[in-house]
Design a protein around this ligand. Sequence first.
Ligand code: FES
Ligand code: FES
Length: 153
Amino acid sequence: MKISLIVNGKPAVVDADDAQMPLLYALRDNLGLHGPRFGCGLGQCGACTVHVDGKAARSCVLPLASVAGKKIVTLEGLGTPAKPHPLQKALIDEQAVQCGYCINGMIMQAAALLQTNKKPSEQEIKAALAENLCRCGTHVRIVRAVKRASLAV
Ligand code: FES
Ligand code: FES
């Protein structure tokens, strides 16, 4: 069955045997977008976060059929190496990345926050990222980077 989506501003069609397969699989395996990561596969770590119609969502637990026709933005749609999103630049400036596994989720969750709250307080940033897990323990630098990015936009 073919499911149509808008991915990073362009129409995309996923040919899937099972329309209940997670959106994450379609993005990574069918569309070759490797920004979203497979962490827990249970909606608990945030590594797979994307935006669906402007809101942060965990793509590992979203059936493909449930997002038919919706606008999906992945990390690839936020910025490029030549033109990074302010959050990407701030994470580099703060040297906030260790292994990097959680960073897709941190960026996508923080980007959703900045869309609704352009100048969040440290507490608001911590609350927004509370459900995004980082096994390297670089949370303090990530929060600092989100604050820095908020001052740049
Ligand atoms: S991989 Fe989706 S929340 Fe962990
Ligand atoms: S930087 Fe390694 S999990 Fe966060």
